[in-house]
Design a protein around this ligand. Sequence first.
Ligand code: PLP
Length: 373
Amino acid sequence: MKPERLVRPLVRALHPYVPGEQPKISGLIKLNTNENPYPPSPKVLRTVKAAVDERLRLYPNPTASLLREKLAQLHRCKPENIIVGNGSDELLALAVRAFVEPRSKSKVESPRSKAAATVQYFTPSYSLYPVLAATHGARTNAVNLAPDFSLPPLASLKKSRTWDFDAALTLITTPNAPSGRGYGTSELEKLCRAQRGIVVLDEAYVDFAKENALALALKFPHVIVARTFSKAYSLCFQRVGCFVAHPVLIEALDKIRDSYNVNGLGQIAALATLDDLPYYRRNFQRVIATRERLSGALRDMGFEVFPSSTNFIFTRPPKLPAQEWLEKLRAKKILVRWFKQPEVRDYLRITIGTDAEADALIRTARQIVGQAR
Ligand SMILES: *Cc1c(COP(=O)(O)O)cnc(C)c1O
């Protein structure tokens, strides 16, 4: 028997999410996956180390209750407004499963059943979204952002007929990835008001932006704000993210998650992080300062650099195709991200590293520009 035949056709046909590389090359300057260049605070490291003992044999707190209480204090809401996940990626997957119907098999589909099976998002945005929809057997509705990566105005979405105001789930990366573009809360609020399904505002990078839309999750029963400890809080390794939303939505997600979805060391690390926020806020300012300096230096060399509200920049390099830049930088041990999708293949996404890493990138880019003359 061919084992392939034992796998569901949907899964056989699935194109999985492709994470950025995590190569183990010594001396590599790793600017490809938007990790924070600064380590967790000394207090977080001490607390995690102190927790590694014979207690590892015990199950962790199944509801992450201490962490949810602390997050609720921070966000001025109740623990019932919060669910914690194994990274926000897990929560995004749970949202698809909790709020979206798999596409119906029957040929005749009513507009209503179509909308109920739709995961909607702008493109380009987080490339995990279509994978989550496909895994669930849901439809996707991908609608282009404006050429400068701004949100299409509500009036034009209404006119276009491609945007679905009844979609069961709309996922908005804000600030946007991979462009880095930030969106104003009032603009997001207008869009949320017009949607009749659930809207997730995926704020993975919001700590590097001027505005956040958390208030919308506490104002509207159909709006969820997604946050993660990964990027801004230097905790990718521990996999901790959360949703803030109406208790009824949180309860629905809670029903379908694994009982012990957040590992114990992750809960401990996240709690200690929340005790040390000034350390992290200083790092946000350092990353923002490096981002602005690097953007300026690259623009001087002829790079087109989009304004960023994140810990990365999105840039169209001069002289050579972006993919060639990727390879030339890699040969100099600088790893950045290039996406082959047609709408973004002319760009590089570069994570903001330390100042020394930015200097190395600037030096290397000057050499490459010089040789390309
Ligand atoms: C990194 C990222 C996430 C997921 O972060 P986790 O590590 O799973 O918490 C979610 N959305 C966007 C847009 C991201 O870039």
